[in-house]
Design a protein. Structure first.
Length: 272
């Protein structure tokens, strides 16, 4: 079997963990070919930590040309352009910054179809995407996700600044946002990839409901999902341990991307 050449865009918490996993867990099936980060120090630091030495690309185009599968682990601002460039050059793509692609998702899907390539979107830090996908074969009536995080997890979010919310003064559970996934991903793009994934798997960004709560009592990122469907009602709660390199990122998000790679390479596929 020819090895799949994988390139990673973004060498932070997720990109770094995935690079290590590709080398350690998928040595027979894949080759980590290239890394790219707009912060060249980040890519250089990651290469130093790895046992093998992938090429550090100086631009996105160089990485795409060297790879069969491009993993985007960069930012919501850049994920659409990265996915579009990869698909246009007939490469498969895995997207982690899902908040950045929901608006233009139809265009990406059409491009993937036209070029016979795939867009992989891991479930990320939530449970229930499997059941939602199955329920959506029938009729889904309502999907709501409630995300609860420590106020510190919302540091740097411009919506918080614009609303004049002082995160350090939050002493009890406080609803920061309640509305559609469309607005949630616009205002909280770095925090709410899970709402984007849920929208794509279910009712879309206009009809998926999102509530965001800041709670000084919690240290984990908690996602509760309620689904009402003709197949029955589904409720899931995921209490996420945070990634040691980035407290905004849940460790499960990394594992879910590794699980998608496993799905690509291994002969047995479990789950929807
Ligand atoms: N799908 C999910 O469930 C989920 C969960 C957590 C995080 N995420 C998203 O995944 C992305 C990566 O998360 P992380 O924790 O690794 O973040 P991080 O901040 O630790 O790392 C991101 C890296 O990407 C680099 N980068 C930014 N823009 C770039 C660009 N245009 N081109 C190349 N490199 C670029 C940064 O310099 C940084 O090194 C974020 O957008 C985050 O919101 C998704």
């Amino acid at each position: 079997m020819n090895k799949l050449n994988i390139g990673i865009v973004g060498c932070g918490a997720i990109g770094g963990s995935l690079a290590k996993a590709i080398i350690k867990d998928f040595a027979k099936e894949a080759r980590l070919t290239a890394l790219y980060d707009i912060d060249t120090l980040k890519s250089a630091m990651l290469v130093k930590k790895l046992k093998i030495r992938p090429i550090v690309s100086i631009d996105l185009g160089g990485l795409i040309r060297r790879s069969d599968l491009i993993i985007e682990a960069a930012s919501a601002k850049s994920s659409f352009a990265i996915a579009k460039s990869a698909l246009a050059l007939k490469k498969n793509v895995m997207v982690m910054s899902v908040g950045g692609i929901v608006q233009g998702f139809n265009l990406l899907s059409k491009l993937a179809f036209k070029n016979n390539r795939k867009i992989y979107i891991p479930s990320g830090a939530i449970s229930g995407v499997d059941a939602l996908k199955a329920a959506s074969i029938g009729r889904v009536k309502n999907v709501t996700i409630t995300t609860t995080k420590n106020p510190l997890g919302f540091k740097g979010v411009s919506y918080i600044k614009d609303k004049g919310i002082d995160l350090s003064r939050i002493k009890k559970d406080t609803i920061l946002f309640s509305g559609s996934a469309k607005d949630a991903v616009r205002y909280f793009s770095q925090n709410i990839n899970v709402a984007a994934v849920l929208s794509l798997a279910g009712l879309g960004i206009n009809k998926t409901n999102v509530k965001i709560i800041a709670s000084p009592q919690v240290s984990k990122n908690i996602h509760e999902i309620k689904i009402e469907s003709h197949a029955g009602n589904i409720f899931t709660r995921t209490e996420n341990i945070l990634h040691p390199d980035n407290p905004k990122t849940s460790y499960l998000a990394v594992l879910s991307a590794i699980a998608v790679l496993k799905r690509i390479f291994k002969p047995v596929v479990i789950g929807t």
